[in-house]
Write a protein that binds this ligand. Structure first.
Ligand code: FE2
Length: 292
């Protein structure tokens, strides 16, 4: 018998396939095509997690080549309420720039790395409706037209090795702010100063950490690559009960507007025992993804 969750997922699907009944992998296939899935009427956090697991379990690895190294043995990891009171800057700012949650793992720095390829943003049913927008920016093919730049996977690796997130002496091998993926290909990178910045500081602060208009600065950065991110982005105003499931290693997400402390529930699926070979494999397939 079909569960309540499967029934609700079916609402998002197309017609039944001939003689085979409803095609329950349709939602996962759509997710693989678009890089996200938007689900309404989700009752609670447990159901949100179950829907994510269902979607992930039915993904066809051949359709998400960049996620292949991570798919086996994915577990629901952290559930956080955001913005966290531990980071008041993220509560006070009305602009969080595009980013990959917990950073793209592009160079292994530990024996075993944790990865977080799936992100769920859930607005609980009892949360107030706000006008805050969640934005998604698709990195699939984003660099394919950058013929004037020396694009290479090696250049990306070198940038992350030297200027990945972390303090000045120790790169974590990750890039959290997604603009820094493109910065890696510039002869004179412009965003190295963001390596040790907090989320609320990216683009909102100049290199000397004086305040400036972050949204404008971010748009200006992408314009150098002929990318109009205002036009390219998908916009979502989450209503109570909405769940946005994101391919965290393809779609960068951002926020416009303020959120109350702990307003949104963030669900991450992780794999915590990735080797350097698997991280290298991911970097290569991510480079292919953005230059397709
Ligand atoms: Fe985030």
């Amino acid at each position: 018998m079909m569960s309540k969750m499967e029934q609700s997922l079916l609402l998002k699907q197309g017609p039944e396939t001939e003689n085979k009944g409803p095609n329950l992998t349709y939602v996962s296939d759509q997710f693989a095509d678009k890089g996200f899935h938007f689900q309404t009427k989700v009752e609670n956090i447990q159901q949100a997690g179950a829907i994510m697991k269902y979607l992930i379990d039915h993904l066809n690895p051949a359709k998400v080549n960049h996620l292949k190294p991570f798919l086996p043995e994915l577990n629901q990891a952290d559930i956080d309420q955001i913005p966290s009171c531990l980071f008041p800057d993220t509560i006070n700012t009305d602009n969080i720039s595009f980013h990959f949650e917990r950073g793209l793992p592009l160079v292994a720095k530990e024996t075993f790395e944790s990865v977080y390829p799936f992100l769920g943003l859930y607005l609980p049913k009892d949360a107030p409706q706000t006008n805050t927008l969640t934005r998604l920016l698709d990195f699939k093919g984003i660099a394919k037209n950058l013929t004037q730049l020396p694009l290479s996977e090696l250049k990306l690796k070198e940038y992350v090795n030297c200027f990945g997130d972390g303090d000045k002496l120790l790169s974590t091998g990750r890039l959290n702010c997604s603009a820094r993926v493109l910065d890696a290909f510039l002869d004179l990178p412009q965003l190295i100063h963001m390596a040790d910045h907090q989320k609320a500081q990216w683009f909102n602060f100049s290199p000397d950490k004086t305040l400036r208009d972050g949204i404008y600065e971010e748009v200006k950065f992408y314009k150098q690559f002929n990318l109009d991110i205002d036009q390219l982005a998908h916009y979502f105003k989450l209503s109570p009960g909405d769940l946005l499931i994101i391919d965290n290693y393809r779609m960068a997400h951002a926020r416009v507007g303020k959120r109350n402390p702990r307003e949104l529930t963030q669900i991450l699926f992780s794999n915590s025992c990735m080797t350097s070979v698997q991280i290298d494999q991911f970097r290569k397939s991510f480079f292919e993804l953005i230059t397709l």
